[in-house]
Write a protein of this length. Sequence first.
Length: 204
Amino acid sequence: MTSLADQTVLVTGANRGMGREYVAQLLGRGVTKVYAAARDPRTIDGADPRVVPLQLDVTDATSVTGAAAVASDVSVLINNAGIYRATSVLDPDTSKLREELETNLFGPLAMASTFADRIAESYGVIVNVASILAWTPVGARYGVSKAAMGRAKYSMRTELGPRGVQVVGVYVGLVDTDMAKFTDYPKSDPADVVRQVLDGIESG
């Protein structure tokens, strides 16, 4: 793929932060349609007629199947939804880690497997938003979930690359969104991050 113009895109976690920015910038690049997915689609700004609010919980198989039935024309999938729980890897209570894995790993995998065939038909794109904490030892259990997603990306690329699908991994540092409110460290502007990702798609 060399252009996002005239593509149909599905963005998970589209109601805030980077997800909302993806929707805005995709519209600026001339996409035909954006399925803006969130657990509560009422939180999606649907002022532009090309934006289709879509109810989706990536951790729920029935929800993923329902979204796939509606969004049958997707050529680009942006796995942006994620959660951060900031718990120690030594915590004997693994419930928070399991929650992060469900959203940050198994959710994107479910979306990719569900939409892979239709994206391959369009020689489209799958974007997986991870984190630099996939590569560093300071991300606690969140880093574990993002490291797993990073490795899964390579496997996706191995399987889908020969079918013409571009698989993109995004490894961000702190971005100025609600998720990063826990710290005053310098943060990237979401608009800058999203622009680089979309430029990367279009440049191959």
